[in-house]
Design a protein around this ligand. Structure first.
Ligand code: ADP
Ligand code: MG
Length: 265
């Protein structure tokens, strides 16, 4: 049985530590929701797992079935079975979706890939004209997300990190895309890390566990009821914003005190 195990993951970007010790384990067929406020580091977590450049990982590990992913380039991580559905899917001018997926799967399987793409497109209501067009170029937010779901359906990864699936999706598109991923968890044993700031996506992609993510790490874990609690109460409990809050403040030192006082005690 496949498992994705994240342990003590710390990472910084532009000299600032964003991930401050993430621990998480997802088994095949499970959906784990990671819910947190804007700017808490959720997309950073997704990018660090997938191997995007520009992040400095200072500690920890991310293992897929025992294989350490952090030392591998992004394409090797994909080869090991990892898939990232991005919050803002990137445009790839000059490369068609058909060419991209044919190369991703295996050139010898080319013909079968085209067929599978058509099946998947039909399943999620994605217009077939996009298959031959450059990846994501001039597509709406919702079309880009359907495109991500199509790629997932064709590539059949072991694990998917899905970042803010519902952003840019109307209710119908969310149903198509959410149901497609949920179906992959049930029939193909896909494990999912569903990163989101709202619980709208859980109408279709049902979580087995919910984790509260704030300040760059997981603060609390529970079942689906935790998502309802967060929807009702927000994240305030985990994000001290009051100027009176002394969370994380440096210990007070008196600038006029005796510099040698510590040595005498
Ligand atoms: P979330 O997805 O939870 O909204 P992000 O992971 O996108 O949060 O961002 C977490 C923090 O890291 C934010 O303060 C953001 O500004 C900062 N950050 C993310 N990427 C970069 C980057 N490339 N350069 C500088 N700061 C970044
Ligand atoms: Mg984000």
């Amino acid at each position: 049985m496949s498992t994705l195990v994240i342990e003590g993951l710390r990472a910084s970007v532009a000299g600032r530590e964003i991930l401050t010790g993430v621990d998480l384990a997802v088994a095949a067929g499970e959906v784990h929701a990671v819910m947190g406020p804007n700017g808490s580091g959720k997309s950073t977590l997704a990018h660090v797992i997938a191997g995007r450049h520009g992040y400095n990982v200072s500690d920890g590990s991310v293992r897929l079935d025992g294989t350490e992913l952090l030392t591998l380039p992004a394409w090797r991580r994909a080869e090991a079975g990892l898939f990232l559905a991005m919050q803002y899917p990137t445009e790839v001018p000059g490369v068609s979706l058909l060419d991209m997926l044919t190369e991703s799967v295996c050139t010898a399987e080319g013909a079968a890939v085209a067929e599978r793409m058509q099946e998947e497109a039909e399943r999620i209501g994605f217009d077939e004209k996009f298959l031959a067009r450059p990846v994501n170029v001039d597509l709406s937010g919702g079309e880009r997300k359907r495109n991500e779901a199509l790629q997932l359906g064709v590539l059949k990864p072991a694990f998917a990190v899905v970042d803010e699936l519902d952003s840019g999706l109307d209710v119908d598109a969310l149903r198509f895309v959410g149901d497609r991923i949920e179906d992959a968890t049930e029939h193909d044993g896909l494990g999912v890390l569903a990163i989101t700031h709202s619980s709208r996506v859980f109408d279709h992609l049902r979580p087995d566990a919910v984790h509260v993510f704030a300040g760059g790490r997981i603060r609390e874990s529970g079942g689906a009821e935790l998502a309802e609690e967060l929807e009702a109460e927000g994240y305030e409990r985990w994000t001290p914003t009051s100027p009176k809050s002394d969370a994380g403040a440096a210990p007070f030192t008196d600038p006029f005190g005796d510099p040698f006082a510590d040595l005498l005690t």
